[in-house]
Design a protein around this ligand. Structure first.
Ligand SMILES: NC(=O)c1ccc[n+]([C@@H]2O[C@H](COP(=O)([O-])OP(=O)(O)OC[C@H]3O[C@@H](n4cnc5c(N)ncnc54)[C@H](OP(=O)(O)O)[C@@H]3O)[C@@H](O)[C@H]2O)c1
Length: 245
């Protein structure tokens, strides 16, 4: 365990699997006390057992503004401050626009976009106090949209827009805003796609390359949040070497 983040308090949303889990462990390994939030409590409990440092398990649904406010309040109550927020919770329900089940659109917008905005809203007063950092997990889909990924991409483009406005609002007050844009990472994300053809496409894509692992993105988060106070790493794009688009 390193002591780079000794004394710091982090909150990671969507920490029950994939990138969020790996990031929470990396932050804990670096010495931070970490609040881990998601809806699957059993997964969070096992994460807390694996983490070397102190953790706080939060029953968190980012689509519910009250749940987000309560999660942030519980973190600050338990650890006394909040230095790093990793806005990671997300869903990718890829599909064509024609004939789409629009409840999937609502879920993506409410989770990926509104959920991350609620988290920033609730955390910002504390981050201003600690001169902390917000890490927004966007995607390569936040830079380039493609067929079957329109709504997911719209949420990630939205995160980029919101993050730049946030950056301009708070950077002179010492809060750093980091947007991380992963390419294909081997996680559960594509497993929730309901369209069988698109689900199969995602599976084929994963099998066609050496995908990133969640730890690769956790490493990028750690890099950004361990810079000296005057260095703001605002954007990191990480693709698998084998990923062309
Ligand atoms: N995998 C990739 O290729 C890739 C590429 C670029 C960007 N990303 C982004 O990385 C982030 C993490 O995804 P992942 O790949 O690690 O997938 P994952 O393993 O499916 O993780 C998604 C996480 O989000 C949580 N979550 C979903 N809905 C939530 C809600 N309403 N409230 C709270 N937590 C919620 C899930 O926890 P519960 O279900 O327990 O609530 C889970 O912990 C997402 O924002 C995704 O868009 C992933």
């Amino acid at each position: 365990m390193s002591t780079t983040l000794e004394g710091k308090v982090a909150l990671v949303t969507g920490a029950s699997s994939g990138i969020g889990r790996a990031t929470a462990l990396a932050l804990s390994n670096a010495g931070a006390r970490v609040a881990v939030g998601a809806r699957r409590a059993d997964r969070l409990k096992s994460l807390a057992e694996d983490a070397p440092g102190e953790t706080l398990v939060l029953d968190l649904d980012v689509t519910d503004r009250q749940s987000v406010q309560d999660g942030v309040a519980a973190t600050v109550e338990r650890f006394g401050a909040l230095d790093i927020v990793v806005n990671n919770a997300g869903v990718m329900l890829s599909g064509m626009i024609l004939g789409a089940d629009t409840t999937e659109w609502t879920r993506m917008v409410e989770t990926n976009l509104l959920g991350s905005m609620y988290t920033v809203h609730a955390a910002l007063p504390h981050l201003l106090r600690s001169k902390g950092a917000v890490v927004q997990i966007s995607s390569t889909s936040g830079r380039t949209a493609s067929a079957a990924g329109g709504v997911y991409a719209a949420t990630k483009f939205g995160i980029t827009a919101f993050s730049e406005a946030l950056r301009q609002e708070v950077t002179e007050r010492g809060v750093r805003v980091v947007v991380i844009e992963p390419g294909f990472v081997a996680t559960e994300l594509a497993g929730h796609i309901t369209d069988p053809a698109i689900h199969a496409m995602a599976k084929n894509m994963a099998e066609s390359m050496r995908t990133l692992q969640p730890e690769d993105i956790a490493g990028a988060v750690l890099y950004a949040v361990t810079q000296p106070g005057h260095v703001a790493v605002n954007e990191i794009l990480v693709r698998p070497t084998d990923q062309t688009r």
